[in-house]
Design a protein around this ligand. Structure first.
Ligand SMILES: [Zn+2]
Ligand SMILES: [Zn+2]
Ligand SMILES: [Zn+2]
Length: 333
């Protein structure tokens, strides 16, 4: 057991104050148990928290296409196209072990002009409304639809028996296609009418930290979620950084060596398109106090975790609502 990490033992006044602060932040929890119930036992123990962070760089190629009108391009004739791992991105390199950073870098000399496959380089496509499903060259122009306002008469009938010219179709009874004005075709959106696209390769470079975490067997604290211990403030027993971490060695503790091996063995898989830059292995010890309070035949337990003294409590006996918070605490007084 590690002795240099003893947290000053908490006395009853401090324990009750920590609980009252915690309860006070939950508006629908009554404070009576925290104020009045007896502390029947306190038990101090340690939990080991371990992590293995694998900092990786991942690179892949994303093709970007945009309409191409004219002009010089940066193509193969300007020089060789370098592989994605040959690009120098040192100026973008982030701090080690940041959660995530992504940059897009153009690959030089990768530009290519392509025919637009959406319109087969015509720049226009048969209108999807009046020529739906037609191939280029087979569309019909000047297709009209019947005017819905006058039902094709060109006139509108009134109650007194008179007619007026339909304003919608100007008396023609027919309307041109709203999408293309009855030309029969529309401009291709993909190439904006140019018929050609400029395709270029972009390198997507991502740095990220993959983190495997473990908590040592928690006697008496199995109901506490592991995140509570990972969040808590502890004392580091080891902090090793290497290209590839191996289990830490503690001369005086077989269980700690064992725990370190388990953390290292839980290393997260590295995607094939990535390479490892560095790893970091940390083991911390977190002090925990389990407190039991009782009143008549009722009792409950809670935990004070870490040097930051976070309170974790699952079954507080005086909750007045279950998510539908409307604070009826005064009813209990
Ligand atoms: Zn097109
Ligand atoms: Zn049309
Ligand atoms: Zn009309």
């Amino acid at each position: 057991m590690v002795e240099c990490t003893d947290r000053d033992a908490l006395d009853e006044v401090e324990i009750r104050q920590l609980l009252l602060d915690h309860v006070g932040h939950r508006c629908c929890w009554g404070s009576v148990p925290a104020r009045q119930w007896n502390i029947t036992s306190t038990e101090d123990f340690f939990v080991y928290v371990g992590s293995l962070e694998t900092f990786i760089e991942e690179r892949d190629i994303v093709t970007k296409k945009e309409p191409y009108e004219s002009g010089e391009i940066d193509g193969r004739d300007k020089g060789p196209v370098s592989g994605v791992w040959e690009l120098d991105v040192r100026s973008e390199f982030p701090l080690l072990f940041i959660p995530k950073k992504e940059v897009m870098v153009k690959i030089p000399h990768s530009e290519v002009i392509e025919k637009c496959s959406d319109c087969e380089r015509h720049g226009v496509k048969p209108c999807p409304f009046c020529n739906a499903g037609q191939a280029y060259g087979f569309y019909k122009a000047k297709q009209m639809t019947r005017c819905g306002t006058c039902l094709g008469r060109g006139l509108l009938a009134h109650q007194d028996g008179s007619d007026t010219v339909c304003g919608m179709c100007n008396g023609k009874g027919m309307l041109p296609c709203v999408a293309c004005g009855s030309r029969g075709y529309v401009t291709c959106n993909t190439c904006t009418g140019y018929g050609f696209l400029l395709a270029k390769s972009m390198a997507r470079v991502q740095w990220k930290t993959l983190t495997a975490r473990k908590v040592s067997a928690t006697r008496g604290a199995a109901s506490v979620p592991e995140e509570v211990f990972h969040r808590a403030k502890g004392v580091q027993l080891c902090n090793i950084q290497a290209y590839q971490c191996t289990p830490a060695f503690f001369a005086d503790s077989y269980p700690l060596n064992q725990f370190s091996s388990e953390v290292i063995a839980s290393r997260l898989p590295v995607p094939p398109s990535a390479r490892v830059i560095s790893e970091r292995h940390i083991i911390s010890v977190v002090p925990v106090t389990r407190v039991t309070m009782a009143h008549l035949k009722q009792s409950f337990s809670f935990y004070i975790v870490g040097y930051s003294r976070d309170v974790f409590i699952r079954d507080y006996p005086s909750k007045f609502c279950w998510g539908l918070c409307c604070c009826f605490e005064w009813m209990g007084k």
